[in-house]
Design a protein around this ligand. Structure first.
Ligand code: NAP
Length: 269
């Protein structure tokens, strides 16, 4: 039986066991996907033991996405560009890291509403998720990416290593919406238990696609307001599901389909 798991600390909140478990059952694969709580000090030991325990792969979540890199045999271009790994494949005792968030973000937009033009995207936030979004939009050749973060220095650090990325002060965030094609929230604002995202959408044109990476709640206040104004909205659950597709295929040999059934399963409907 092929084994995979998500490691994190804490890890009980992860939706990945439900997602991969659904696909394992759907495609009748003899395998298992579990959640394993791994503290930072036990991380190297857990990684060393993966091959012997029959693991074909591992998802990595907070707080290990960056620290895990130094324990891997290799990482690919996406992981290197973002400086974080969310997926590890175990083959012949060797651990290879990648980051599937870039793929997951773009595929979710493609399936649910890609902007009509690629002249400008506004990205709120400059954490790990923002680095993946900026890489994806750069790969997609958006002419300009306006990066807006509370801590300006973090946005500037991303801009320095990217092409076509400009930085704007957090307090001015509403001023850059009137000529954008895409608005993406990658901050934790709007998440259950966090402060709401305060953003005046009054100048946002109707054709702008609004994507929130936050998926708890599924319809964030940002998405609800944008939808009420007539904008096309894309939720964060789709990215979570799409980023799991290449991992599942690498570990279990079948490329799973992203459809309403899997969304319902992950939501526990
Ligand atoms: P992170 O690295 O911790 O970054 C958090 C971001 O939120 C930073 O830009 C931070 O700004 C900003 N922020 C936090 N509190 C703020 C406040 N009070 N005011 C203004 N900005 C604030 O987290 P991450 O890994 O990038 O994840 C960010 C969000 O994306 C989370 O909700 C996560 O669940 C979601 N996500 C979703 C997917 C998906 O598949 N849908 C994938 C990845 C992440 P500072 O830099 O100023 O602290």
């Amino acid at each position: 039986m092929r084994r995979a798991a998500v490691i994190g600390y804490p890890v009980t909140h992860s939706l990945s066991p439900r997602l991969h478990g659904f696909w394992l059952k759907k495609y009748r694969i003899e395998g298992e996907y579990t959640a394993i709580e791994v503290t930072p000090d036990t991380l190297p030991e857990v990684l060393r033991g993966l091959g012997a325990k029959g693991f074909c792969g591992i998802n990595v979540t907070v707080p290990h996405k960056e620290t895990v890199i130094k324990f891997l045999d290799s990482i690919d271009e996406a992981a290197r560009a973002i400086g974080a790994v969310n997926t590890i494949t175990v083959r012949g005792g060797k651990l290879k890291g990648t980051n599937t968030d870039v793929y997951g973000f773009i595929e979710n937009l493609r399936q649910n509403g890609f902007p009509r033009a690629k002249n400008k995207a506004v990205v709120l936030g400059a954490g790990g998720a923002a680095r993946a979004v900026v890489k994806a939009l750069t790969d997609e050749k958006f002419a300009k990416i306006m990066l807006v973060n509370r801590t300006t220095a973090k946005a500037e650090a991303i801009a320095k290593n990217s092409t076509g990325v400009e930085v704007m002060d957090w307090k001015d965030r509403a001023k850059t919406l009137s000529d954008t094609d895409l608005l993406v929230n990658t901050t934790t604002l709007g998440m259950q238990g966090k402060e709401p995202l305060a953003l005046d959408l009054s100048t946002l044109p109707r054709q702008v696609v609004v994507n929130d990476l936050v998926y708890t709640p599924l319809i964030t206040p940002l998405l609800a307001e944008a939808k009420a104004r007539g904008n096309k909205t894309v939720d964060g659950l789709g990215m979570l599901i799409h980023q799991a597709v290449p991992a599942f295929e690498a570990w279990f040999g079948i490329r799973p389909v992203v459809d309403d059934d899997v969304r319902k399963q992950v939501l526990g409907d």
